[in-house]
Design a protein around this ligand. Sequence first.
Ligand code: AMP
Length: 182
Amino acid sequence: MKWLCVYCGSRSGNPDHQEAAREIGKGLVARGWGLVYGGASIGLMGDVADAVLAAGGPVIGVLPRSLRDREIAHRGLPDLRITDSMHERKALMVSLSDAFVALPGGWGTLDELCEVVTWRQLFLHQKPCGLLNTSGFFDGFLAHLDRMQVDGFSRFDYRAELSISNHPLDLLDRLIRTMQAN
Ligand code: AMP
């Protein structure tokens, strides 16, 4: 069993983002994967988890004690792990997972994505990372990454290192191909 870590908003964004989150959930179960995520019931986080549970897939939620009430822990999770800090949460999510994707989200999602890609860049792990660019949500971010590269601040070609797609199922298949090639 492989585990996909999904980073995404604790808010819903708009219906396109919600639909994409559900497709990621259904699609990963269809490919025999389990979900690792932030353990909340709200926003896109809740949409992904509900889609995986509805399809009969396994889910591990990881929530820091300090956020247990504020983020409204998902009550339907068979496996909810509570950590003492946000740092432990992020480290546990990385160690449990075989690959990572970021869906649209806010500061927390960006923080998690940037950390996991930074760790990969530093060879702290070699697991595939991807970005779901639903409705071009990350276009501005990708333009910034281009600028980072042109100005010489990035040590790798992110387009070669990251799987990026506008379509949930295409993104999952790209990640699988990357894992098979590794
Ligand atoms: P957001 O994208 O801001 O809606 O948050 C998505 C997830 O990231 C939520 O589970 C938040 O708890 C988490 N998060 C928010 N801020 C941070 C942070 N500074 N570092 C790590 N995770 C965060």
